[in-house]
Design a protein around this ligand. Structure first.
Ligand SMILES: [Mg+2]
Length: 158
């Protein structure tokens, strides 16, 4: 009864990695500007990464686990710019950012990474994504009220 040996951990963006001022990032209004570790849009909405994300990415990088993003945002360029401005862009080896069922995102992740679905772990705040990706055989964890360390720890037996 060993715990799966995860090789690739994949994060949704909106309401999983960040809170874009209470809306999806495709509802923001560019241009964006960064101030410290936060980003504002042109109307002053604040994009903030959940605190425990940095801890989780550090944990995974230290263990050589690869990182990916799967987002179905309507504004992929904005999402990539936000990742840049928030200092997260280089940390994800795989970025699948476009509108579609996330089954497509994970098919691409499997193809590009060479990992099996059973070697992947996925965090997302929407039931529809958890159900669809979970149906592929990817361990899929529902995030409520933003990513938190506790969700992650139970997956790694910490
Ligand atoms: Mg989301």
């Amino acid at each position: 009864m060993g715990r799966p040996d995860y090789q690739l951990v994949v994060f949704d963006l909106d309401f999983t990695v960040w809170d874009a001022g209470g809306v999806w990032c495709d509802c923001l209004r560019p241009p964006f500007r960064s101030s410290g570790d936060q980003v504002h849009d042109s109307r002053g909405s604040l994009v903030k990464v959940y605190d425990d994300i940095h801890w989780a990415l550090d944990f995974l990088e230290e263990r050589g686990v690869e990182l990916g993003v799967a987002s179905r945002t309507e504004q992929p360029d904005w999402a990539r710019e936000l990742l840049d401005l928030l200092g997260l862009r280089g940390r994800f080896a795989f970025e699948e950012i476009y509108p579609s069922s996330k089954v497509r995102h994970f098919s691409a992740l499997k193809e590009k990474s060479g990992y099996a679905y059973g070697e992947m772990l996925f965090f997302d705040d929407e039931h529809r994504n958890i159900e669809e990706v979970g149906g592929l055989g990817v361990r899929s964890v529902l995030v409520r009220n933003g990513f938190r360390r506790e969700l992650f720890e139970s997956e790694f037996g910490l």
